[in-house]
Design a protein around this ligand. Structure first.
Ligand code: COA
Ligand code: MG
Length: 338
């Protein structure tokens, strides 16, 4: 799904041969499994490529659109194989009624033998404190069709320890949806098995007792804490759902807010929401064009012995070039998805 030659070329330009020996294949979790590297040498994830932390602070495999699918919905499971989602959360938890839990799990075991193409496949299990969680973990701990397991209501690193013991080979993702999780976000993000965070904004609003506002004022502290934690520890992080799934303008506004804050993408509940999130979280043609001009101008400046270029009346320094190159790599990975 990633144009390896292009990504590698950019990677090489960014890092130079001295760091070349560190690149390796795999998802975010592999960065954490590289032993013997100093913290500063650890890798940032980017699809099949791992980039040194600090070189690419915000470049991941695309997670613009992350679609929830109730595992009890056979039609939706099938339909998802062709939907333009970057990732799918196959839900065994809240979207599945208690009486359907066992049948949904069995149906998902079969469905995940199917072909979901380049879409990341994440299974949301029931909490380990429920009657279904342990069976969910057992069913998917070794299932080749599950790229990662998403745990609901993670409160602290100990919750991840318990899940990791049951599924040591699977990257874990955490639903960030309790007040305690917001306060423990840094420790949760630092857990070596954690690859991604999903904001559970409905549950968080319920816990806070907050009212819905279109600017999400009450959620801003939690969103910001989780974003800081994810970025500090090299995790993917996607924003919460927008409940009014027929309100396109409302969704677009909330996607823009999440994108501008720094989220990698948005969780979605209906296929109609996919194109809106995909467009919002992708670099725009104007941004791509600007990135090329910044890189060219900076190269010229460096060749002339200077450390700063000026593009469109704004300074361009080394750090802006990192951002520009990350944006181009992201654009290329998105093009490879589509
Ligand atoms: N994933 C994949 N396909 C979906 C889908 C989803 N999340 N939601 C709906 N579809 C499909 C339907 O199967 C239907 O397919 P078809 O027309 O080809 O048969 C099509 O999209 C249109 O569906 P629509 O009739 O508009 O929606 P609905 O009334 O059937 O369902 C919801 C609306 C909200 C109940 C449904 O979208 C849903 O269950 N979403 C996920 C909820 C969830 O997972 N919540 C937990 C996390 S917050
Ligand atoms: Mg929840």
């Amino acid at each position: 799904m990633v144009n390896l030659r292009g990504v590698l070329a950019l990677f090489w330009v960014n890092t130079g041969p001295t760091l070349g020996q560190h690149w390796a294949c795999g998802e975010n979790i592999l960065r954490r499994s590289i032993s013997g590297l100093a913290e500063s040498d650890k890798m940032m994830p980017f699809g099949a490529i791992l980039l040194p932390r600090g070189i690419m602070t915000n470049a991941h495999r695309p997670y613009r659109s992350v679609l929830y699918i109730p595992a009890s919905n056979a039609r939706a499971l099938e339909k998802a194989q062709t939907l333009p989602a970057d990732a799918i959360i196959f839900d065994l938890e809240d979207a599945v009624a208690p009486a359907e839990k066992d049948a949904a799990r069995a149906a998902l075991v079969l469905a995940l033998q199917g072909d979901y193409g380049p879409r990341a496949r994440i299974v949301r299990v029931n909490g380990l404190d429920t009657g279904w969680g342990a069976a969910d973990m057992a069913a998917f701990a070794g299932h080749a069709g599950a790229d990662a397991l998403l745990l609901p209501k993670v409160n602290a690193p100990a919750d991840l320890d318990a899940a990791h013991a049951l599924a040591p080979a699977k990257p874990l993702w955490a639903m960030m949806e309790t007040a305690l999780a917001m306060l423990n976000a840094a420790q949760i993000a630092a857990h070596p098995a954690l690859a991604g965070m999903v904001m559970g904004t409905n549950d968080l609003a319920k816990e806070l007792g907050s009212r819905h506002r279109s600017d999400r004022l009450a959620l801003q502290t939690g969103l910001g804490l989780c974003l800081l934690a994810a970025r500090a520890h090299g995790c993917v992080i996607v924003d919460g759902v927008f409940n009014a799934f027929r309100d396109d303008a409302g969704l677009a506004a909330e996607c823009a807010q999440g994108r501008d804050m720094g989220f990698d993408g948005k969780t979605l509940i209906h296929p109609a929401q996919l194109p809106i999130a995909n467009a919002a979280f992708a670099p725009s043609p104007a941004e791509i064009e600007l990135a090329h001009r910044q890189i060219a101008a900076f190269d010229e400046a460096v060749a002339a012995g200077q450390a700063v270029a000026v593009v469109d009346g704004k300074i361009v320094e080394n750090l802006h070039i990192f951002t520009a190159k990350a944006l181009l790599i992201k654009a290329e990975a998105i093009a490879a998805m589509e």
